[in-house]
Ligand binder design. Sequence first.
Ligand code: PRT
Ligand code: ZN
Length: 214
Amino acid sequence: MDQTKLRIAIQKSGRLYEDSVQLLKECGIDLRNVKDRLKTESDNFPLEVFFLRDDDIPQYVEDGVADIGIVGENVLLEKNKQAAVVEKLGFGKCRLSVAIPRAMEYEGVASLQGKRIATSYPFLVNKWLNENLVQAEIHEISGSVEIAPGIGLADVVADLVSSGSTLFMNGLKEVESILQSQSVLIKNNGLGKEQEQLLERLLFRIRAVKKAKR
Ligand code: PRT
Ligand code: ZN
């Protein structure tokens, strides 16, 4: 294995892609043309960048295929992988919330008892239901969760929310917040000394960038 380079996994395309690449740029790290690539390198920092689906990033970092990664806390916690959070990055902010049809009566978590909940976050939702002593049926779906109640697939949903407009447009209202999330920098738990040192250098720059923005 190449000990002299730090390997970072970031989202290939999607909501975190731009901000992730932008952050590296602001850290003074030039990347060779990133468009449509699965992998690229920097000429002025010993960094190799892997472009992946966000869902795969925690696993790759746990396995050490990548040394570090940028991913939403929501994905990291849902995948329940062994990777340490090094720094909160301040972008990709959202929350995982329970939302119900506007007309449904709601008197707290007990109103969810026996309901069918559509979500892409079965692990986190199940944990939250257990903590709240509520028994409900989780229906895992990978996308367009908000339409589930409208088409009779579920009674309520648990999905990511940022502005709330998607819920509103689908006749839903937010009633509980399960998790506050933002993108984080994560690292493999068994990094070698050289990788740790490179990570320190990168972190120093990331913190300077964050400070300058405050
Ligand atoms: O292809 P890949 O698997 O990599 O991407 P993806 O489609 O799984 O994820 P993507 O790009 O949609 O989101 C990546 C990460 O962005 C998420 O894991 C979150 O950490 C973060 N993030 C921040 C969000 C949102 N805000 C968000 N609003 N991810 C998704 N949404 C969706 C939400 O699911 C809902 O459909 O946006 C809709 C709600 O938005 P509002 O503004 O209408 O409330
Ligand atoms: Zn994904």
